[in-house]
Design a protein around this ligand. Structure first.
Ligand SMILES: [Mg+2]
Length: 379
C-alpha cells in the first residue's frame, strides 16, 4: 500500500519567533547566535533577509558580521523556543497518531489512511500550514511524498512557506543537488565526484554492483535513494523504551558550561529513572556539533545503577570522545532492571534512600544547591 508521509519544517524558526514577538524587526536581517564579540561564536538561525547576504546557520559570527554588519544580532531565548515547539508538536498530534519529531522545529507525520479526510494532498498540506499560521503566527514548509526521504527533500524545495507534493519521484529527484541526498556528506560527495558521479541521474545510472564495490552497504543505500526508494518508517519516540533528555542550545557551548549542562541533564534522567523504580546499565551520550553532525556514544556498566554520581561520571567519560563546542547535548538511559540499584557496595541501600530523599525534596521545590549540601552532609 502506498504511504503518505508528510514532513513539516518551520521556516527560520528562532528568528521567526523573535520577529513575531517584535514586529519592528520585520523585513530586517535578524541573526540569532552567540555574542558577536566572542571569537568562536556561531550563527544559530537567521532570517531570510539575512540569508540574502549569504549568512547561514553554523557560520562563524565574525564572518556573519563581515557579510552583514547592519543586521540585528540577538542572543536567543531557548525556553521560549521550546515552549513554541511544544505547541507545534501538539498540533502535529491532532493530525496523525504517528509523529516522529526530528528536531525542535520539524517532524515526520505518517498520514497514511488519513488522506481521505481531505479532498486531495494539497488540501491536506494547506490545512496543517493554515493551522500552524493561525495558532502560532509562524510559517512552515511542508513536503508530502510516499516516503520520508522524498518528503524531507520536498519540504526544503520551496522554502519559506512552501508546499511541495512529490508525484513523480524520478523527475523530482533530478532537480535536487547530489549534496542534498541523505548519506552524502562531504567525504562521500568527494568520493562520488572522483568516480565521475556529479548528480543524482548519474548516480542512478551507475551499476549497483559497482557502487557496492566502492562504497559497500552505503553504495546500495544510495542507489536505492537515487531511485526514490526508502522504507524507513515514521517512528514516534516510544515512551519508556529509553529514558532520555536533551537540550539544544541557542548558542554553542564549550568548557565549564558543558559539565554544568551535563549535570543538569543527568540529574533529570536519573530522577525519572528512580521515579519509575528502575536501574539502568547503558548510558548514551548524544552530541551535535556546530556543523550539525550528530554522534552518539554509549557505555554499558557491569552492574545496573540509579546513582546520579555514577551516571554523571560515566557521562563525563563519554564526553571526552568529542571536541566542543556543542550545539546539542543529550543523555539516554537504557538496559533497565526493575529494582533499584543492588550493588556489591554495602552502603548502596543507604545511598538509594538518600537519592529518594533528594528527589522528594526537589519535587517540593527545594533548590538543587540545598539538596547537594544535604547530600554532602549525609555522607
Ligand atoms: Mg526549520
Amino acid at each position: 500500500m502506498p504511504r503518505s508521509i508528510m514532513h513539516v519544517d518551520m521556516d527560520a524558526f528562532f528568528a521567526a519567533i523573535e520577529i513575531r514577538d517584535n514586529p519592528t524587526l520585520r523585513g530586517l536581517p535578524v541573526i540569532i547566535g552567540s555574542d558577536p564579540n566572542l571569537p568562536r561564536g556561531v550563527v544559530s538561525t537567521c532570517s531570510y533577509e539575512a540569508r540574502a547576504f549569504g549568512v547561514h546557520s553554523a557560520m562563524p559570527m565574525a564572518q556573519a558580521k563581515k557579510l552583514c554588519p547592519e543586521a540585528i544580532y540577538l542572543r536567543g531565548n531557548m525556553s521560549k523556543y521550546t515552549a513554541v515547539s511544544n505547541e507545534l508538536m501538539s498540533i502535529f498530534d491532532e493530525f496523525s497518531p504517528l509523529v516522529e519529531q526530528i528536531s525542535i522545529d520539524e517532524a515526520f507525520l505518517d498520514m497514511t489512511g488519513c488522506e481521505h479526510f481531505y479532498s486531495d494532498l494539497k488540501t491536506m498540506g494547506m490545512t496543517i500550514k493554515t493551522r500552524i499560521k493561525n495558532n502560532l503566527h509562524l510559517t512552515a514548509s511542508v513536503g508530502i511524498a510516499t516516503n520520508k526521504f522524498l518528503a524531507k527533500l520536498a519540504s526544503d524545495k520551496d522554502k519559506p512557506d512552501g508546499l511541495t507534493i512529490v508525484n513523480e519521484p524520478i523527475s523530482f529527484l533530478d532537480s535536487i543537488p547530489l549534496k542534498k541526498m541523505w548519506g552524502v556528506g562531504k567525504q562521500t560527495y568527494d568520493k562520488l565526484l572522483k568516480l565521475g558521479i556529479k548528480d543524482i541521474p548519474t548516480l542512478r545510472a551507475t551499476p549497483i554492483e559497482f557502487l557496492i564495490k566502492v562504497l559497500g552497504k552505503q553504495g546500495y543505500l544510495l542507489h536505492q535513494l537515487s531511485q526514490g526508494l526508502d522504507n524507513q518508517v515514521v517512528e514516534p519516540a516510544e515512551k519508556n523504551k529509553s529514558i532520555g533528555a536533551e537540550e539544544t542550545f541557542p548558542i554553542d557551548i564549550d568548557g565549564e558550561a558543558v559539565r554544568k549542562e551535563l549535570l543538569i541533564l543527568t540529574d533529570k534522567v536519573a530522577r525519572r529513572l528512580r521515579k519509575q523504580g528502575f536501574s539502568c546499565r547503558t548510558i548514551t551520550l548524544k552530541v551535535r556539533l556546530p556543523d550539525f553532525t550528530t554522534f552518539e556514544k554509549s557505555r554499558t556498566l557491569l552492574e545496573p545503577t540509579s546513582d546520579t554520581d555514577l551516571l554523571y561520571q560515566t557521562v563525563l567519560s563519554l564526553i571526552e570522545f568529542f571536541k566542543g563546542p556543542y550545539r546539542l547535548l543529550g543523555i539516554y538511559l537504557g538496559n533497565f532492571s526493575n529494582a533499584l540499584t543492588k550493588s556489591l557496595f554495602a552502603d548502596q541501600d543507604n545511598k538509594d534512600k538518600l537519592w529518594q530523599t533528594i528527589d522528594a525534596l526537589k519535587e517540593k521545590g527545594l533548590d538543587i544547591k540545598k539538596a547537594t549540601i544535604l547530600d554532602k552532609e549525609s555522607r
